[in-house]
Write a protein that binds this ligand. Structure first.
Ligand code: PBG
Length: 323
């Protein structure tokens, strides 16, 4: 039997493969997550995330300029405060590290990058949860919404163009939209971390932000066993006014990403999280996989599944390869 259909024809040369590629990455659709720590003299390496730093204000400014020059689309800022308390007071303090850093980065890069901020309490609370606790030590949804409203105003005033709501409280998008609009911040966009799973892949991130958490986030983040619920969460966020929705982590949740991408009228992003990057780095450091090819394959896989933009610790390096 001689085959009459030969898909290999389109794979014969690099030029043919390039011409027939269904998807391609562009630097503009990459977003770099970055950490800034209060009271740090020198930038500090995060041991579980080779090449990723806890920045000082100065080194963050330089990293933001480098990111802008690389042509990527945005930067997502996370703050590590020197002092934490039960309600995460530093989160909505205009002198809090994240708000100070947002102002500094926005002034430095102007419109060359979309400056974005993580809107969640976990970096700021002494118990490490994403919300405030009730008398029984449970995360109190509706009290937390008031904290998110205050945080949103502080971040918008600091110059964040897009607030990344990663706390997984019910009604958070509607609450923050309402607070922003009432204060004249109609132009500030909301990214709902809509389908955010209670994931072990956040492990290295906990070191990056010196997380105080003991226990887990399973009463608010989603069960990894649930697919349908991912789409439901995204639909709720869109109905509440999310400008962009996200699926997180990325690589173990490509089915959820594909579901959301096929149904969403708004852009869909995905977050290749710390543990996903760490696995690649560790295997590559052992010589078990080709680092560059694995990074490229992992990110194009996320794109192929339906992501319009991708948060990745490799964003700037990848943009360099793409040029
Ligand atoms: C919450 C938040 C987390 C991450 C992003 N935003 C941690 C968590 O939910 O436990 C994880 C990102 C990563 O692992 O790279 N502020």
């Amino acid at each position: 039997m001689i085959p009459t259909v030969r898909p290999r024809r389109l794979r014969t040369t690099p030029a043919m493969r390039r011409l027939t590629a269904e998807h391609r990455l562009h630097p503009a659709e990459l977003i770099l997550p970055a950490f800034v720590r209060e009271g740090l003299g020198e930038p500090r390496e995060i041991s579980a995330m080779p090449g990723v730093l806890q920045h000082t204000l100065d080194s963050l400014r330089r990293a933001a300029v480098e990111a802008a020059e690389s042509g990527i689309g945005g930067i997502m800022l996370f703050g590590v405060p020197a002092v934490r308390d039960a309600r995460g007071s530093a989160a909505d303090d205009p002198r809090g590290i994240l708000n100070v850093a947002t102002r500094a980065v926005a002034a430095e890069v102007g419109d060359a990058l979309v400056v974005q901020t993580d809107l969640c309490l976990d970096e700021f609370t002494d118990h490490g949860h994403c919300g405030v606790l009730d008398a029984h030590g449970e995360v109190d949804n509706d009290t937390t919404l008031d904290r998110y409203r205050a945080m949103a105003l502080a971040q918008a005033e600091a110059g964040s163009a897009l607030l990344g709501l990663s706390g997984m409280m019910d009604g958070q998008v509607a609450a923050v939209r309402d607070a922003l609009d009432a204060a004249g911040h109609q132009g500030t966009a909301i990214l709902g971390y809509s389908a955010k799973y209670a994931s072990a892949f956040y492990g290295p991130f906990r070191e990056a932000v010196d997380s105080q958490l003991s226990g887990d986030r399973r009463t608010y983040q989603q069960d990894p066993a649930n697919r349908r619920e991912g789409l439901r969460e995204a639909e709720l966020d869109i109905a509440e006014g999310a400008d962009v929705v996200m699926v997180k982590p990325a690589m173990s949740y490509l089915d959820v990403l594909a579901d959301v991408a096929s149904a969403s009228p708004v852009p869909v992003w995905a977050y290749q999280v710390s543990g996903e990057a760490a696995m690649i780095e560790a295997a590559a450091a052992n010589g078990w996989i080709d680092r560059r090819r694995t990074i490229e394959e992992s990110v194009i896989g996320i794109k192929r599944a339906g992501a319009d933009a991708i948060l990745s610790y490799f964003a700037v390096e990848l943009a360099g390869w793409l040029r």
